[in-house]
Design a protein around this ligand. Structure first.
Ligand SMILES: Cc1cc2nc3c(=O)[nH]c(=O)nc-3n(C[C@H](O)[C@H](O)[C@H](O)COP(=O)(O)O)c2cc1C
Length: 173
């Protein structure tokens, strides 16, 4: 049974175990989504895992127009920029495993994923990456993710291409 508990004036989510004790939820799903597909995949994943979920929100929100997303994404890629992110809505301390989701852009994670790895304290966390895409797979982004995780002193775990509920179910089984 999912529940909440207050510790040091902070509310954490968790589960009531069979003995009635509180087990803290230690898995979080974070995601960036420009047009909603990765958000839906993240929600499915979080639901199936019983995990908490938090969006990665750029300070300057992306347009909902496809052409404008492409134009901005291309400029950010060419400039190797680090678009600023709003502070996360959760405290990462409680979590050991963090699923990190993003749309594949030009066979790579969008630049906001670089921002996430470089500005959030991820040392010793287990990072499970997932992506949505037209055809690309999580393998295309692997070298970049490995570099980002190494610099962040996080441990990159096998990830998934989350283009269907079936693929998500299969991964977490
Ligand atoms: C700027 C841009 C670049 C893209 N590059 C790729 C790509 O290299 N490979 C691919 O399979 N899909 C690519 N796509 C498709 C997206 O990865 C796919 O539609 C994704 O599910 C969108 O997720 P979102 O709705 O969460 O933003 C690209 C889309 C955009 C807007």
């Amino acid at each position: 049974m999912r529940t909440c508990v207050e510790v040091d004036f902070k509310v954490y989510t968790g589960f009531v175990d069979q003995k009635g004790g509180i087990t803290m939820q230690d898995t979080l799903v974070v995601y960036f989504s420009a047009s909603g597909t990765t958000k839906r995949a993240a929600e499915t994943l979080a639901k199936l895992l019983g995990a908490d979920i938090a969006p990665l929100q750029p300070v300057e929100a992306y347009s909902q127009q496809y052409d404008q997303i492409v134009a901005r994404g291309e400029q950010e890629k060419d400039q190797d920029s680090r678009p600023a992110l709003e502070p996360l809505s959760v405290n990462l301390k409680q979590y050991r495993t963090i699923y990190v989701g993003f749309p594949t852009w030009w066979s790579q994670p969008p630049q906001v994923i670089d921002t996430f790895f470089e500005t959030v304290h991820l040392a010793d966390k287990l990072i499970v990456p997932f992506t949505t895409s037209m055809t690309s797979t999580i393998n295309d982004s692997w070298a970049t993710l490995q570099q980002l995780a190494t610099t962040a002193q996080a441990s990159l775990q096998p990830g998934l291409t989350a283009n269907s509920t079936a693929a998500i179910r299969e991964f977490i089984q």
